[in-house]
Design a protein around this ligand. Structure first.
Ligand code: ATP
Ligand code: MG
Length: 696
């Protein structure tokens, strides 16, 4: 932690000190300090106030992460219990409330030779469905293979008594519960079935897959390894709809927060995790896969981010997604810009390794619609978009807006999965050789300030590409390759461990964020609206990284994430230049227009009879020896094309480039030019340059 934070913590605590009596027994952290508290204490405060980490307060000062075991000490959520500790693997993709069922079922499973004799289904019970988990022998001597059987009666052709008929429909498949989202829509069934590898697996099936001839459903079930009788298509759909199970479970259609629990495709994390399940029409979500162990991830990835602020920032960004909702923050992200082979994709892959394996990273190539589909999988998480140049520049602007707005278009995917995903937010990390603005320019669009502030350009220009500290590697290349390799082998653990702690952490995250936002490095004296929005984003990164450290996940020194966030904020400001982005664009545009056309489309207002093609106005000397340009209305509109005309005039007035509007709101003046009265807009070109060079 550098000295700069001593002043910033004075900001943080100064105002509050007087309000807190020294004798308050358990003062709220961050409020309770004295003026001398520094940022280290700020971080300890984060730590000591942990809802779970009572022990953390007594932590050995020499081992600030002595509470690391607490990560695994949190009662593990169902299906995610292995995430924090990463001991071993599970065969069954365990789902809340199913673990017991599955265990019971597996314990009772025979090896196929141990046939139990059971009574045949009596005629008065037919027609009915029955599920046999194992090979079964009926008392009639008939041997039934495991699965769902349809027991019916069939009238013989020539008449006579109906005869019992037993038809195999599919492999063992139980209907455990009905599922529905919180709004009384998206009903489904929680199925549990045995695949051809003799493993039980659960699946929350959307009911709408039963529409039509049900072939989508059969396709999904076959792909998940259930055996089906091809001639029993209708019987299968009848079985699935025959009765409605009494048990009900809430289903989430997208990854992310669902009340107080966090839903991942294969696990629900948090208190009362048993009440929720992820429901999707698509079978596999390898995005959120897991491999390796948390310990090795910490050693091989997180540890190498120490001393590498951009890398550390990218990892912090991976933890920021779940905090968006907890802090009521808008979605948005960072865009790492730099020349080829500097490690941009490397740090992006490292960020992805917090949540999943190689399948986690997305390409910018996806269209805006594809993005929204992906939003179901990355909501409240990290959305990692590699290589902006692969995207059609004309689409970049729309994508950036849709990312920030978090509103889907209510398009359904093939299996209806994304239909109800209408709101979402993710923390975005993106890479490219060009900035968002430049890429949009290539598509013939001007980046609006709102877009630039959603994805903040960060120059990937450090000592060695994206890196400053090589951690003993001989080159940036070697470090980058080691990180990439580690990310492919150690992934998916850190995010879950983070959620295990966060879902039990009842502190007011919005409040913690506010405190970080108030730190002086995030409040430079010349900050404007857009700086503030950007500062909030970096403050969120600081909070995310520090929390992950406090939870014992990263192993970083306390304050490292805060340092990296400040470095990121400064780098962003340096790249963007001072001042409000839109204002700068307007001034630059007008200055550029005058540079190009000042001598060709304007003439001295006293020179008579000068022919000017496409006249944009006239000029006359101003008091300071420069030119006062007298734009005609068409000329000014042309110069400001692409901006909201009225707003642009307001900006110009605020910068002293044009004079104040009259009482009636009129900005033009009547001048007598060449014996003709003309309405013109006087523009002080000196003021224009003065402001656009940063003097404002
Ligand atoms: N900091 C670095 N210094 C030197 N070489 C590097 C550095 N980072 C990465 N490389 C080399 O570049 C290769 C590609 O790395 P990476 O994909 O992270 O680059 P990138 O910045 O995303 O490049 P591009 O813009 O071409 O996608 C690595 O395998 C490594 O050999
Ligand atoms: Mg790359």
């Amino acid at each position: 932690m550098s000295d700069q934070f001593d002043t910033m913590t004075a900001d943080l605590f100064g105002a509050d000190v007087a309000a807190v009596p020294a004798s308050v027994p358990n003062p709220a952290p961050l409020l309770a300090g004295t003026g001398e508290r520094n940022a280290h204490e700020f971080n300890s405060s984060l730590k000591n106030d942990s809802g779970l980490g009572g022990a953390a307060a007594d932590a050995d000062p020499l081992h600030p992460f002595a509470d690391v075991p607490a990560v695994s000490a949190v009662p593990p959520s169902n299906g995610a219990g292995l995430s924090g500790t990463a001991h071993g693997t599970v065969d069954v993709t365990a789902v809340p409330a199913l673990a017991d069922l599955i265990e019971a079922a597996t314990a009772g499973a025979g090896d196929g030779t141990d046939h139990k004799a059971v009574p045949s289904v009596p005629e008065d019970e037919r027609p009915c469905f029955k599920v046999y988990d194992d090979f079964t022998v009926l008392d009639t001597g008939r041997k039934l293979r495991p699965g769902v059987w349809h027991h019916t009666l069939s009238a013989p052709k020539g008449g006579g008594d109906p005869v019992p008929v037993d038809t195999w429909v599919c492999g063992p498949l139980h209907i455990e519960a009905q599922t529905f989202d919180g709004t009384g829509n998206n009903f489904g069934r929680l199925l549990r079935f045995k695949n051809t590898a003799s493993r039980w697996r659960p699946w929350a099936m959307p009911m709408e897959l039963l529409k039509g001839d049900g072939s989508d459903l059969r396709g999904e079930l076959l792909a998940m390894g259930l055996e089906l009788d091809p001639s029993a298509r209708q019987t299968l759909t009848r079985y699935l709809q025959e009765r409605t199970p009494n048990k009900r479970i809430r289903c989430a259609l997208q990854v992310g927060w669902c009340g107080s629990v966090f839903v991942l495709p294969d696990a629900v994390i948090g208190p009362r995790a048993d009440d929720v399940i992820f429901q999707s029409g698509e079978r596999s979500h390898d995005e959120h896969g897991q491999a390796g162990t948390l310990e090795r991830w910490r050693d091989e990835i997180a540890a190498r981010a120490v001393g590498n602020p951009l890398f550390l920032l990218a990892l912090s960004a991976a933890f920021a997604g779940p905090l968006l909702k907890r802090t009521n923050t808008e979605g948005g992200g960072l865009h790492f810009v730099g020349i080829s082979s500097t490690g941009k994709t490397t740090i992006l892959e490292a960020a992805c390794s917090v949540w999943g394996g190689p399948g986690y990273r997305r390409s910018w190539r996806a269209t805006a619609n594809g993005m929204e589909g992906a939003a179901a999988l990355f909501n409240d998480c990290l959305l990692a978009l590699d290589e902006i140049s692969e995207c059609d520049p004309r689409e970049v602007g729309a994508i950036v807006y849709s990312l920030g707005n978090g509103r889907g278009k209510q398009r359904a995917s093939r299996t209806g999965a994304a239909r109800s995903v209408t709101r979402w937010a993710a923390f975005i990390v993106s890479t490219g050789e060009r900035t968002i603005g430049t890429t949009m320019m290539e598509g013939g669009h001007r980046a609006k300030a709102g877009q630039a502030v959603r994805l903040l350009d960060i120059p990937a220009v450090r000592r060695f590409g994206c890196f400053d500290e090589l951690h003993g590697f001989p080159s940036g290349t070697a470090l980058s390759d080691a990180i990439k390799r580690a990310a492919s082998q150690q992934h998916g653990r850190a995010g879950r461990a983070f959620l295990e702690r966060l879902t039990h952490d009842e502190r007011d995250m919005a409040e913690l964020l506010e405190r970080i936002k108030r730190l002086s490095p995030f409040n430079p004296p010349d900050a404007e609206g857009q700086d503030k929005r950007a500062a909030s984003r970096f403050a969120l990164l600081a909070l995310a990284g520090e929390l992950a450290t406090e939870y014992g996940i990263t192993g970083w020194p306390e304050g490292a994430a805060l340092d990296a966030a400040v470095i990121g904020f400064d780098a962003w400001r340096a790249m963007r230049g001072r001042g409000n982005d839109e204002r700068r664009q307007i001034l630059d545009r007008l200055a550029g227009f005058l540079e190009r056309h000042g001598d060709s489309r304007f003439s001295d207002w006293t020179a008579e009879g000068v022919m000017v093609r496409d006249r944009a106005g006239w000029w006359k000397p101003d008091d300071a020896g420069g030119r006062l340009y007298l734009f005609n209305s068409d000329g000014l509109r042309e110069a400001l094309k692409g901006f909201d005309y009225k707003q642009a005039l307001d900006v110009l007035e605020a910068c002293g480039v044009i004079s104040k509007a009259s009482a009636t709101g009129e900005r033009s003046k009547t001048e007598n030019i060449g014996g003709r009265k003309v309405r013109v807009y006087p523009v002080r070109s000196n003021a224009l340059h003065g402001v656009s060079n940063g003097a404002g």
